[in-house]
Each structure stands twice: as C-alpha cells, then as structure tokens.
Write a protein that binds this ligand. Structure first.
Ligand code: FAD
Ligand code: MG
Length: 351
C-alpha cells in the first residue's frame, strides 16, 4: 500500500535522525584519530567543550553548537527561531506567509517584514542569475516527489503537466509592496517556493541572535548548510568538510578552513530517485521543468551571509560550470568549489 506524504516524512525524519546518530558516533571515533575537523557542523571536540542541540525543522536535521557559552537557554532561543521561521516561510504549512500568498487567488496578502526582506533578496538573485534561481517554481516543484521512501512515488511527471506548470513560473508575478508589507502574486496559478534560499536566510537570523547573546564561537548547521560564528575558542579557523557526492557515509571530498563564513552546498545526491538508469534530482532547470542536466554533482559557496550562499549554490548549479563560475568571479567576497561527476573539483580564483 502506498504511504501518504506525512508517513513518508515521518519515515524520513527517523531515517535522518538515525543517520545523524551514526555520524555523531563516527565523529566521536574519528576525534580520537583526527583532532579539529568539523564536517557539516559536527565538531570533533569533547562534549564538555560545547553545548549543542539537534532538532528537525525545514524537513531536515538541524544542529546548533556553541563553544564559548554554556547557557542552554540560548539554544532554546535558537530552536524558537527555527520554529518561527518554519511556520512563516514553509510553502507546505497552512497559514504560513508563503502558503497564504500561494492561496490568495491574486489578492494582496499582508506578511511579516522578514518575508518581504527574503522575497526581495530572492528576486534579486532571480534577476542576477537570469532566472536560473527561480523563487516562483512551486507549480513545477509540486509535480515531483524526490523525498518519498516509497518507490511508487518516484514518477516522472508527464510532459503536458510540466508544460502547463511552466506557464506559471514567472517570478515577475511576485509583486512586493514594502511600504504596506504586502505581497501580490499576480498569476493566481503561480506558487512561491523558497526552499533554495530560506535556510540561508534563517541561518543568518540565528547567527544575529547568537551574536546578540554574546556568542562568538558557534556552528549553525541547517541540513548540511554550515554558518560559522567567529572562530574556535583558541582563535583558529573551523574546518568544514564538503561531502563526497553519493559516498553515503559522510566521506569528505575536500575541506574548507574558515572563520565567520557560510559554507553552503547544493548537490544532486540527497534528494533524488533513479529510474531506468537515470538520476532525477531536485535541482530543477526552470527553462525545462526537469532536473538540470550537466556535468556537476555539487556546488559549494563560501560567503559572509548564508542567504547569498544558499541562493548562489542553487543558481550556479543550474547555470552549469561555465556560466556558474563566471557569475562567481563577477562577485566580490564570494568563492566556490564545483564538484564534477568525475569527482574533480574546480575552485574559484580566490578560494
Ligand atoms: P537547494 O539547492 O538550496 O534548494 C533546492 C530546492 O529548491 C529544491 O528541493 C526545490 O524545492 C527548490 N528548487 C529546485 N530548483 C530550483 C531553482 N532552479 N530555483 C529555485 N528553487 C529551486 N522540504 C520538504 O520536502 N518538505 C517540507 O515540508 C519542507 N519545509 C520547509 C520549510 C522551510 C521553512 C524551509 C526553509 C524549507 C523547507 N523544505 C521542505 C525544503 C528543504 O529544507 C530544502 O529545500 C531541501 O532540503 C533542499 O535544500 P538544499 O539546501 O539541499 O538545496
Ligand atoms: Mg540553495
């Protein structure tokens, strides 16, 4: 019998927690062998050196780890922020700002200032990437199911449905009235989906909160997107592992040493299904409605703000190696590592 989406999500949640538990145990063992490596935010230091909290938001596992403050109430505050933004920005939660806009039949909707700010940034990156990053792709995204545990859900939508959905993906139909805190989706059949940018925005908000609470050494890990707060307590850099695509064991293909930076990866190896030898993954080419076809497995972006890294990692993947790297080289303060499907890596000039 086919499972419903809620059951699949619960299964996924349990599976992801199981994986995290394995990774934590592996990290503890690894810490005996390898001092100082942080992979996807997992610091291999002894537990007494930090406080941390793991939870499940945004359909993924998140972990916040603080090294220079033992106040557990700060972690409570981080999780409250995660909960607040999950309720505000999820396209799937009834009465979130995004849900309300998507179900407004073209009428203006009053929203939170944070929603306005994030949509503004999303439209900026839509323009910058010539629509490769498209925050108005919900009609197409909803035709696909890349996360179900049930193979029966792994279906390639028929081309008529894709063609029809593609007619409702113009991001210019998102009309923002900042003065009145209102958003109008002028195409009633269009749907906003901020899955490619909102985790970065939320990580930045959590970082602001930590700094306001006198935390200057921490790692915010939202589903593998790492945002570093300051440096280690001895002032040395954190080291973040970049996952080797399809390794399935938390193996790293390379590492990044950094202080106070965001390290965000978009890849095809976590949300995908395989059918008749073809991989169908979640990074959609807005010009076709199908998974982007190119020689990349993943793109990692290093930036100051995580919202920028999140939007750019998706944008660059969809743009492909040449156009993607050209975009990165045109931007100040942004570096990238592109992992190809032969596991070679191309770095931006200042990496
Ligand atoms: P990214 O590259 O950053 O994002 C890829 C995602 O963005 C895709 O999965 C797709 O949704 C969308 N996308 C694909 N192609 C494009 C494109 N060309 N332009 C713009 N966007 C594109 N996921 C669920 O499955 N169920 C949920 O209930 C759910 N709730 C969420 C609630 C919130 C508040 C947030 C922030 C996210 C939620 N997500 C949910 C999404 C999920 O956390 C991430 O989108 C997903 O893990 C992929 O993110 P990524 O960082 O791996 O990849
Ligand atoms: Mg992204």
């Amino acid at each position: 019998m086919s499972k419903n989406k809620y059951q699949s999500k619960q299964d996924r949640k349990h599976r992801v927690f199981a994986i995290i538990a394995v990774v934590i145990i592996a990290a503890m063992i690894a810490s005996l062998l390898l001092a100082g490596l942080t992979g996807c935010g997992l610091q291999t230091a002894s537990a007494s050196d930090y406080i941390d909290r793991t939870s499940f938001y945004f359909d993924t596992v998140i972990n916040i780890r603080i090294y220079d403050n033992q106040d557990e109430s700060i972690l409570d505050g981080c999780m409250e922020l995660a909960s607040k933004y999950d309720s505000l920005l999820s396209a799937n939660t009834k009465d979130s700002d995004i849900w309300n806009i998507n179900h407004s039949d073209g009428s203006p909707v009053t929203v939170d200032p944070d929603t306005i700010s994030l949509l503004d940034t999303a439209l900026y990156y839509a323009e910058l990437s010539d629509g490769a990053f498209n925050p108005c792709l919900g009609s197409v995204i909803s035709l696909w199911d890349f996360t179900s545990e049930d193979e029966q859900d792994h279906v390639v939508p028929d081309s008529e449905s894709i063609e029809e959905a593609l007619m409702h993906t113009d991001y210019n139909s998102i009309i923002i009235d900042s003065d009145n805190l209102s958003v109008t989706l002028s195409d009633p059949d269009a749907k906003i989906d901020l899955g490619a940018i909102a985790k970065g925005f939320i990580a930045d908000k959590i970082k602001d909160y930590l700094v306001d609470n006198n935390v200057h050494s921490a790692i915010i890990n939202l589903g593998g997107n790492a945002l570093l707060v300051g440096a280690k307590t001895d002032d040395s850099s954190f080291t973040v592992g970049i996952e080797k695509p399809f390794s399935g064991s938390g193996e790293y293909i390379t590492t990044v040493s950094a202080t106070d930076k965001s390290v965000v990866t978009s890849g095809i190896y976590e949300r995908y299904f395989e059918l008749d030898g073809t991989i169908y993954h979640h990074l959609i080419d807005p010009s076709t409605g199908y998974p982007t076809q190119n020689s990349l497995y993943s793109v990692t972006i290093i930036s100051d703000n995580s919202v920028d890294g999140d939007a750019l990692s998706t944008a660059c993947f969809v743009l492909g190696p040449e156009e993607g790297m050209k975009l990165i080289e045109s931007l100040d303060g942004i570096e990238a590592a592109f992992v190809y499907n032969d596991y070679s890596i191309e770095y931006s000039e200042g990496f």
